[in-house]
Design a protein around this ligand. Structure first.
Ligand code: MG
Length: 232
């Protein structure tokens, strides 16, 4: 067992693709976007162009659905002829609105796992992205009463995790960070001194991908309820 469960008092969860589905809705939106480029660019190339725009815009716009919409608009204007620009932008606004207002779909066993851990551990959510978007999802998830603390940050760096642990009054080794991204959840939290559990998601975003070490110092789980035998 790569983690010391007996030391854990605080459990911090990433939200998107750890508590609820997220990336697969973005992948669907990308497919819809690619249809706007039909006849001018193969879908894979349109999606690649969109990804490149997103990476260029990340430092300026940050994460989240609204930034994604702006990147779709910018990319579409590079692809479609001027006379098709207005309808393309209208279509993109529809795609983005549907993405933002998509009902929250919890991943398997999330609610029951949190209910079993609540009261026994201090539970936090730490998520990055658009503030309003994340607040809406948290509220609509119905999970909010189960958490002691919510933290919405612009970037999940080791410094952001250290600051969180200080705010919680937690020693880093008492914290277990649980998330679907090695790059944003697992590695930076471990660098800040926390323990970590990695819950891979089948549809991880290319930007969040990272190689797995051969002998990981984190716990790898297939679903959130896998935490229960470790922590209870
Ligand atoms: Mg995530």
């Amino acid at each position: 067992m790569p983690i010391h469960a007996a030391n854990v008092r605080y459990v911090c969860f990433d939200a998107d693709d750890t508590l609820w589905k997220n990336e697969e809705f973005y992948r669907q939106a990308e497919q819809q976007f690619a249809r706007l480029a039909a006849g001018r660019m193969p879908p894979a190339q349109a999606i690649e162009a969109l990804f490149n725009t997103e990476m260029d815009n990340l430092a300026v716009f940050g994460y989240g659905a609204k930034s994604f919409m702006l990147s779709m608009v910018q990319t579409a204007l590079q692809i479609v002829p001027p006379e098709q620009a207005a309808p393309a932008v209208q279509k993109i606004l529809r795609i983005g609105r549907e993405l933002i207002l998509h009902p929250v779909e919890l991943l398997p066993g999330v609610r029951s796992t949190l209910e079993k851990l609540a009261g026994k551990y201090h539970l936090s959510v730490i998520t990055k992205g658009d503030l309003l978007d994340q607040e809406r999802k948290l509220k609509n998830s119905g999970l909010l009463p189960l958490f002691n603390h919510v933290e919405i940050v612009s970037e999940k760096t080791p410094a952001a995790y250290r600051a969180l642990f200080v705010r919680l009054g937690a020693k880093p080794a008492e914290v277990l960070m649980v998330g679907n991204s090695l790059k944003s959840d697992v590695f930076p939290a471990m660098e800040a001194g926390a323990q970590a559990a990695y819950l891979p998601c089948a549809c991880n975003w290319k930007h969040e991908e990272s190689d797995e070490p051969e002998q990981p110092a984190y716990l790898k789980i297939a679903a959130l309820p896998d935490l229960l035998p470790v922590l209870l």
